[in-house]
Design a protein around this ligand. Structure first.
Ligand SMILES: Cc1cc2nc3c(=O)[nH]c(=O)nc-3n(C[C@H](O)[C@H](O)[C@H](O)COP(=O)(O)OP(=O)(O)OC[C@H]3O[C@@H](n4cnc5c(N)ncnc54)[C@H](O)[C@@H]3O)c2cc1C
Length: 398
């Protein structure tokens, strides 16, 4: 297997770089680089720019408006976006529900939803988890009972990321309570404006409103919003999860964060000399850098195997664990670099228009919030403990 980039791939990287230089709005990339808050409008503005270029739908087939890119091209693109400070594309519409609609949806569903997703006309959220159904997702209890030409949905979803902005939610619902857990589930597309839906915020450790609880109280959903067959939703659910794990290693983001950390550590003074010269800090930085290089190599090997037609198996679990642990460790080192200035948390300082005084260096204003927020990385998308279970079964045969 060859993990060096070809001349065509190098040329593609140049093309992506030129596009980002030309089209990525400076105010948005500055916010990303300075870890300021991004608003809904920032995400939509960037997605529209990507769509105009035909570069929004990385994982869709070309005939539906996807890029048709190889795994290596997607990897290069994601790496360049992270380096340039481009916002992450909101995954729920483009990368999650759309591939499910393309594979299992009716022609009407494809014709209606896919163009709207490309144009960012609908903001989607994911209604999988429930209290009592997270790692053990198939235990979900939200009920959908068919009554004529619609379903009546009752129940509760939780951890719904950015659901407060959403126009649509894709939901796993139980349509046959008597069947075996996985066999009585269906996949429904639900308009968030339907009467009977209530969204309540869950405030996370960093004081942010990023996740929600969503309650369904006699919500009427037209039968044509069922994707695939009734009671066969588990197949759609699993297919979607393979897309949820794409790009999961976050190598590009970690490389950008590490470069910033080194810059900061060169400026921070500790015991009369730059922090980067402190032997203890230096060793931890070196550990992270070496682990990141080995993660990058493993990621590239997985990408090269995918390019040759292979399907990532336990490797994606390994990439999830390593990638998220590294991103968390980098935020930990940022806190160390900020020293006592990591403690004062001025929420307003994360707004782009903040014109007050920072307590300590500017970079320190966001480090604790990011540190706490990033605890989520090892939980969502399948917790790291569950990934270890997968590895133990698939590789160690336990
Ligand atoms: C910030 C954030 C955003 C999220 N966004 C969404 C979203 O938009 N939509 C959505 O549907 N869901 C979302 N989730 C939910 C996420 O997928 C679940 O939190 C995750 O699947 C874990 O489920 P749980 O929280 O119910 O924990 P549990 O499953 O109760 O697990 C609790 C702990 O026990 C461990 N554990 C559980 N079972 C085992 C086992 N068999 N072996 C070893 N350890 C085990 C887990 O790893 C974890 O550490 C989000 C979660 C977070 C934190």
């Amino acid at each position: 297997m060859d993990i060096n980039f070809t001349a065509e791939e190098a040329a593609f990287r140049d093309e992506v770089r030129a596009f980002l230089k030309d089209k990525l709005p400076e105010d948005i990339s500055r916010k990303v680089k300075e870890h300021k808050r991004l608003g809904k409008e920032d995400t939509i503005r960037w997605q529209k720019i990507l769509n105009e270029q035909g570069w929004l739908a990385l994982h869709w087939p070309k005939e539906h408006g996807g890029t048709g890119w190889s795994p290596i091209q997607k990897h290069i693109f994601e790496e360049e976006c992270a380096e340039a400070g481009a916002p992450t594309v909101l995954p729920f519409g483009v990368n999650m529900v759309a591939p499910v609609i393309i594979k299992f949806g009716t022609q009407e569903q494809k014709d209606y939803y896919l163009p709207r997703i490309l144009k960012s006309e609908d903001w989607w959220c994911q209604g999988y988890s429930e209290p009592g159904a997270g790692s053990d997702l198939a235990s979900l209890k939200t009920r959908a009972v068919r009554e004529g030409d619609h379903y009546v949905v009752n129940g509760q979803k939780t951890w719904t990321t950015l659901g407060q902005h959403a126009d649509m939610i894709f939901c796993l619902v139980r349509t046959d309570p008597d069947a075996k857990k996985q066999e009585g589930i269906s996949f429904l597309l639900i308009d968030m404006n339907t009467p009977g839906i209530t969204v309540r915020p869950l405030i996370t450790l960093d004081g942010e409103h990023e996740v929600n609880e969503v309650f369904f109280d006699d919500v009427k959903v037209p039968v044509e919003n069922l994707v695939g067959e009734e009671n066969k939703g588990w197949t759609c659910a699993k297919y979607l999860l393979t897309f949820e794990r794409t790009g999961i290693a976050g190598v590009g983001q970690s490389k950008a964060a590490l470069a910033h950390l080194k810059q900061v550590a060169a400026q921070q003074i500790s015991n009369g000399r730059p922090l980067i010269e402190d032997p203890h800090f230096r060793r931890r930085l070196a550990d992270v850098e070496m682990e990141l290089m080995s993660l990058e190599m493993t990621n590239l090997r997985t990408v090269a195997a995918a390019e040759a037609g292979g399907v990532p198996g336990a490797e994606s679990s390994f990439l999830k664990i390593m990638g998220t642990e590294l991103r968390q460790e980098i935020t930990h080192l940022f806190r160390t670099a900020a020293g006592p200035y990591a403690l004062p948390f001025l929420n307003e300082a994360l707004h782009d228009d903040f014109d007050g005084n920072y307590v300590g260096p500017e970079f320190a204003a966001s480090v604790s919030a990011r540190y706490f927020n990033f605890r989520k990385l090892s939980i969502f998308g399948g917790s790291n403990e569950i990934q270890k279970n997968i590895i133990s079964k698939m590789i160690l045969g336990l």
